[in-house]
Design a protein around this ligand. Structure first.
Ligand code: SF4
Ligand code: SF4
Ligand code: SF4
Length: 423
């Protein structure tokens, strides 16, 4: 058991394993507002890594419709219920005292590690509060797709006519795209009795050593996000590998230059931005003002961790959907939600430029700079002044090579009448 600093919770917490921080940490931001639920990411991962016998129910990347969907079914609601029963989260959050070390305030509830001793574990050996999903819960990856919550149509066959006013709609749903979060304090790793799971020191990617795994599924029980999967044909567990050969520049056509993961590169909605962040000796982030991931999480505070109260310090961040009731979002992304949604609805000049970097290139963006352009829009929208400048944002890879150059205003292409159905 070690005492570690979890900056997402703004406090120290007990972690049933020794903490070790990589030099740089794999991290990503997903903009939920742009996800169209097309599942291109899901199929890109499946066709690359999990197309063989025994992997039929392995969806390392999945996209579920919230609030009713989930893969495995009800993964988050079940764990939230269990945490609640042991006096744990969502819990109260105290106001931030130190913006750099506790940007969302201090979480006063229990994490899955702290709640484990009170869990009704059948064998009494749980390292983290958790559960093993049933086969039935694993066999429906996309149940409840597109099912809305909230007000329903009162006349059969007629659509609900309300809910058109932002910020929150009366009838709502959203798509939540998920991969392994390559957590800083992985519950899967802590729970493995064989020590078959490890976090790579060079990039923080969490992997299962297939030779060491014996398929006990303790990782699956402990992972609060249910992102390890059991393969009955080999009787070992598998999980998202963050496409490490691509990250290492070993893709056949990469010429040695690192590529973003398959699910990031395939995203039609351009909702995904993948990168790396530098870590201090206590696991907090090194200030890198022009690293787009650092900017979105720590400067703009637009991107938030998924269920930070679980305590694993996930390295996946989400820009929350602006039309969803805030209470639901606060439970899912913590107390930073209100400010993040407000900022997203009236983004400042730099934020608008950084948002253009999403999905623009297969290479990994480590740094950006902005060249100022003219003002092209100035209007009051829902009581807020919105100004848009046609700035140019330039993205650079690890070696300082330019990989992205685009303007805030997207170019307009008009198809000729002769080829109306092609570009
Ligand atoms: S999301 Fe789950 S499987 Fe991935 S590192 Fe975190 S605890 Fe492990
Ligand atoms: S990072 Fe790679 S392995 Fe992980 S979900 Fe995405 S495509 Fe699959
Ligand atoms: S490819 Fe992108 S837009 Fe499509 S479902 Fe996946 S995350 Fe959403």
């Amino acid at each position: 058991m070690s005492n570690v600093y979890n900056w997402q919770l703004g406090r120290e917490m007990a972690y049933p394993y020794e903490a070790a921080y990589p030099g740089r940490q794999f991290a990503f931001v997903f903009n939920i507002n742009r996800c169209i639920g097309c599942q291109s990411c899901t199929m890109a991962c499946k066709s690359t890594w999990t197309f063989s016998a025994g992997q039929e129910y392995m969806w390392w990347n999945n996209v579920e419709t919230k609030p009713y969907g989930g893969y495995p079914r009800h993964w988050d609601v079940k764990l939230l219920d269990m945490l609640h029963a042991t006096g744990g989260g969502p819990g109260a959050w105290a106001r931030p005292s130190d913006a750099s070390r506790a940007p969302y305030g201090e979480y006063k509830g229990k994490t899955i590690f702290e709640a484990a001793p009170e869990a009704p574990a059948e064998d009494g050996s749980q390292t983290a509060l958790g559960f093993l999903p049933t086969d039935e819960e694993w066999n429906t990856p996309n149940l409840f797709e597109d099912n809305p919550a909230g007000a329903q149509a009162t006349v059969r066959g007629q659509y609900f006519r309300g809910g058109g006013e932002l910020p929150a709609h009366d009838a709502w749903f959203f798509y939540l795209a998920r991969i392994c979060n390559h957590c800083s304090y992985p519950a899967c790793l802590a729970a493995c009795p064989r020590k078959a799971i490890y976090k790579r020191p060079e990039d923080g990617i969490v992997l299962i050593d297939q030779k060491e795994c014996r398929g006990y599924r303790k990782c699956m029980e402990a992972c609060p996000y249910k992102k390890t999967h059991y393969r009955p044909t080999t009787r070992v567990s598998e999980k998202c590998i963050a496409c490490y050969p691509r990250i290492e520049g070993k893709d056949t056509d990469a010429g040695g230059r690192p590529y973003t993961t398959r699910c990031m590169a395939a995203c039609i909605g351009q909702i995904r931005l993948q990168g790396f962040v530098g870590l201090n000796p206590d696991g907090t982030w090194v200030e890198e003002r022009n690293n787009p991931i650092y900017y979105l999480v720590h400067v703009a505070k637009l991107a938030l961790p998924l269920y930070p109260q679980f305590g694993t310090e996930p390295n996946g961040y989400y820009i929350p959907p602006r039309w969803v009731p805030r209470r639901y979002l606060r439970q899912m992304f913590g107390p930073g939600v209100d400010a993040a949604v407000e900022r997203y609805m009236a983004p400042d000049r730099e934020t608008l430029a950084v948002l253009q970097l999403f999905g623009k290139d297969n290479h990994i963006c480590h740094r950006y700079e902005i060249k100022e352009g003219p003002k092209v829009f100035d209007k009051e929208i829902r009581g807020r002044r919105v100004e848009i400048y046609n700035d140019t944002v330039i993205g650079y890879d690890r070696d300082g090579r330019e990989i992205i150059r685009c303007t805030v205003e997207e170019p307009l292409h008009v198809r000729s009448g002769k080829h109306a159905n092609s570009i």
